[in-house]
Design a protein around this ligand. Structure first.
Ligand SMILES: Cc1cc2nc3c(=O)[nH]c(=O)nc-3n(C[C@H](O)[C@H](O)[C@H](O)COP(=O)(O)OP(=O)(O)OC[C@H]3O[C@@H](n4cnc5c(N)ncnc54)[C@H](O)[C@@H]3O)c2cc1C
Ligand SMILES: NC(=O)c1ccc[n+]([C@@H]2O[C@H](COP(=O)([O-])OP(=O)(O)OC[C@H]3O[C@@H](n4cnc5c(N)ncnc54)[C@H](O)[C@@H]3O)[C@@H](O)[C@H]2O)c1
Length: 450
């Protein structure tokens, strides 16, 4: 006999859990299902474990920047297995905590891979379930790539579980994952190479600041090869030979490990969406702006597995999960507010962005006042020995409002949040400048960037 629910959520990550808790707490009969331990990518295989490993890199880098300024960094090194144990101290308890939170809100927690069998029906490990509504929050998986030997790569999840870090690591793709991991690996004594097929890696970020990050990366031993395609990966001794092509030139890079950093696609292949008549593509479930499927009214989608305006980021997944839940509960069509959502690449130091890129703002016809400042010589950076830092703030000359902010430097992953809030509230640059910050703090630099 099949069970009947008000809502079944597929995926116990940030989007799914936010929605399930909200609908469960509102008194609906809700079930949530995940094929993996509860917690999703961010808490178990992404943001949180990654930033714990980055802490090791931050400390090593900070000490090296103070070499000759009162700190002797010689002998300082990352103990990889201890750092991993520190990471597991956070990740191990997550599934249990998350499941308890859900059951506390009256949500039934199921385990296994969900597969649609009809417009209002799915099965999990042979057991059938009926529901009035479904939320697909199935996240993303590494983009399948076609070069020979692609199966020899490890993915980001494997990297975050490495018991030992080899010396030579090649990252395929010049995006978030590769830059963040390469920065950690370099500070842990590895020699990372990033191979990107494009002319400009991290192309969602300000090009001038990306060039500064590339130079800073090179200084710590991260080798970037641009406009370079992977031809093949083969095993070679205990490691791998990666054949790469730049223009007409083909060379081979010997390495101990090859890591997939070539993007992610929505994880929908196993859901048998055809059975439920749910339209989808590589970017996710095709949804109306209020997150309801365009082809099956019983289905909503949120997070990395929904094709929306939002980037595949944790804050977006949470917002979309909550908005989808609210729309289902109240039978309304509220739209997610994507304004002022910042993002950062957690290299050391970090690169951050909120709002439009300079090129996007100009293309959209704004009269843009571009306020670029090299902050490498500022007190905040002098204090810690960092010479490479800058900010680019974009202001609309017509009304003084912020169009975008782009930052590269230590603690700027925090500083960007002020710009995000100001943009969400529609503040002018002048209004933001009126903020009084603790002195001396990185926040107290903000006024001078405007
Ligand atoms: C290495 C890495 C680092 C990242 N760092 C950051 C960061 O610093 N900041 C940031 O904002 N974002 C970061 N992200 C992105 C962020 O993790 C995602 O945007 C976010 O986790 C998406 O949440 P979600 O709920 O949509 O999906 P997920 O958290 O991926 O959850 C989806 C869940 O669905 C389950 N599932 C899928 N198919 C099925 C099925 N058929 N049946 C049952 N269960 C299923 C999966 O097992 C998974 O647990 C990072 C991503 C990666 C890979
Ligand atoms: N700090 C964060 O917020 C964070 C961290 C990690 C991941 N994420 C999320 O996860 C998503 C996926 O991250 P990602 O780094 O895997 O992808 P990405 O989309 O950021 O970058 C992929 C890069 O790989 C390149 N590429 C693709 N195929 C290639 C090939 N065959 N050979 C060489 N280069 C190739 C692309 O040109 C691109 O530069 C991101 O878009 C982001 O939303 C966020």
């Amino acid at each position: 006999m099949s069970e009947t629910y008000d809502l079944i959520v597929i995926g116990a990550g940030m989007a799914g859990v936010a929605a399930a808790n909200k609908c469960g707490a509102a008194g609906w009969r809700v079930a949530i299902v995940d094929a993996l331990p509860y917690g999703g990518t961010c808490a178990l295989r992404g943001c949180d474990p990654k930033k714990i490993l980055r802490r090791g890199a931050e400390i090593v880098d900070a000490a090296r920047l103070m070499d000759g300024k009162g700190i002797d960094p010689s002998g300082l090194k990352i103990n990889w297995s201890d750092l991993m144990a520190h990471k597991r101290g956070f990740t191990d308890p997550v599934p249990d905590k998350m499941e308890k939170g859900l059951t506390g809100n009256g949500v039934e927690t199921l385990h296994g891979a969900a597969r649609f069998t009809g417009a209002n029906a799915l099965e999990v490990d042979g057991q059938s379930y009926q529901s009035k509504r479904f939320l697909i929050a199935a996240g993303a998986i590494p983009r399948p790539v076609t070069f020979a030997g692609a199966d020899l790569m490890i993915d980001s999840t494997d990297f975050l579980n490495l018991e030992a870090l080899p010396k030579r690591i090649l990252f395929v793709g010049g995006g978030f994952v590769s830059f963040e991991f390469a920065h950690i690996a370099a500070r842990a004594g590895a020699e990372p190479v990033i191979v990107d097929r494009g002319a400009r890696p991290l192309n969602a970020f300000d090009p001038d600041l990306v060039e500064m990050l590339i130079a800073r990366s090179a200084a710590v031993g991260v080798d970037l090869q641009r406009e370079t395609e992977i031809v093949s990966i083969t095993t070679s001794g205990a490691g791998f030979a990666v054949e790469v092509k730049t223009g007409d030139n083909t060379t081979t890079i010997e390495t101990d490990l090859v890591v997939h950093g070539a993007g992610r696609i929505a994880a929908l292949a196993d859901l048998n969406l055809e059975a439920a008549d749910v339209a989808y593509g590589d970017k996710g479930i095709v949804v109306a702006p209020h997150l309801q499927s365009t082809t099956n009214a019983a289905v909503f989608a949120a997070g990395d597995s929904a094709d929306t305006k939002g980037m595949p980021l944790t804050p977006v997944a949470v917002i979309e999960g909550k908005v989808a839940a609210s729309n289902m509960l109240k039978d309304q069509k509220i739209l997610p507010d994507y304004s002022g959502i910042p993002t950062a690449v957690f290299t050391v130091p970090e690169l951050a962005r909120v709002g439009m890129l300079e090129a996007e703002a100009k293309e959209a016809g704004y009269d843009v006042d571009v306020r670029f400042t090299d902050t490498g010589g500022w007190y905040s950076n002098y204090r810690i020995g960092e010479k490479s830092a800058a900010a680019k703030v974009l202001v609309d000359r017509s009304d003084g409002k912020l169009l975008g902010a782009h930052l590269f430097g230590p603690e700027y992953g925090e500083l960007i949040n002020f710009f995000g809030l100001a943009m969400k509230l529609g503040l002018t640059a002048k209004q933001l400048k009126s903020m009084t910050a603790v002195y001396p703090s990185v926040g107290s630099d903000l006024g001078s960037l405007l």
